[in-house]
Design a protein around this ligand. Sequence first.
Ligand SMILES: [Zn+2]
Length: 260
Amino acid sequence: MIAYPARIPLLDADFAYLLKVQARIDAKATYSDKVSAAKEEWKGKSATVFGKIRTNLHSTVHRDEMCAYCESSIADEVEHIKPKDLYPGEGFCFENFLMSCGPCNRRKGNKYVVRTKDGVKEVLRKLGEAIDAMPDGDPRFFDPFCFNPMKFILLDLRETFLFSALAKQDHPDHDAVLLTIDILGLNSREALVERRKKAYRKYLSLARDYLRSPEPERSHQAAVFASGWHPTVWFEMKRQQKLIPELQELFSACPGLNGL
Ligand SMILES: [Zn+2]
């Protein structure tokens, strides 16, 4: 999970559409009615407007149409960062949308992470549970538009290719990192771990080719880096270059790789 650039503003008419739908949800008398209204409005949402929202969101990602969470599958679903069933007041809020793949969207489901005065906790509503409002608290699920997740998350490139918390155990965000990783299954889905291992080897091979190539050919290879296989893996390779001998050798021979 890597930080995203700022959102591209929506067209006024599309933004106005979202506001109008959200106002209908907000006008409901009770929290429970708002949850039901958000679900119904979502089923009947404008395909035209959401087609444009998808295009808008896709254009902010680092790699064409890739999932914001796992960076390994095509993102074909508009995901609510704060689930609309828990936070109906943000069901049609553009700042609450990003593109994810189906497996990540389904795993996340109705789960979210907040920090309250009692600490960081996961909030969720299971099937059949009473529809009560969610506790107040600071959002701590790692939204790549708001946080730079890599300030808090570390990817092990030496052996496991698993994520862990970069924040120390007593840091207030330590538990938020672990909950985000767990909710998305970033460590438990073996295929994702394999994709990260493969991306590491591909970047290594590409970086060696880059080093051997004459200057005129490098711009072509730089474009391949930019299209990327896994931006988080490449970010970590640059960040951990002094800790891993094969990376240290490569980057000291070709410091220009840091700019890719
Ligand atoms: Zn995904």
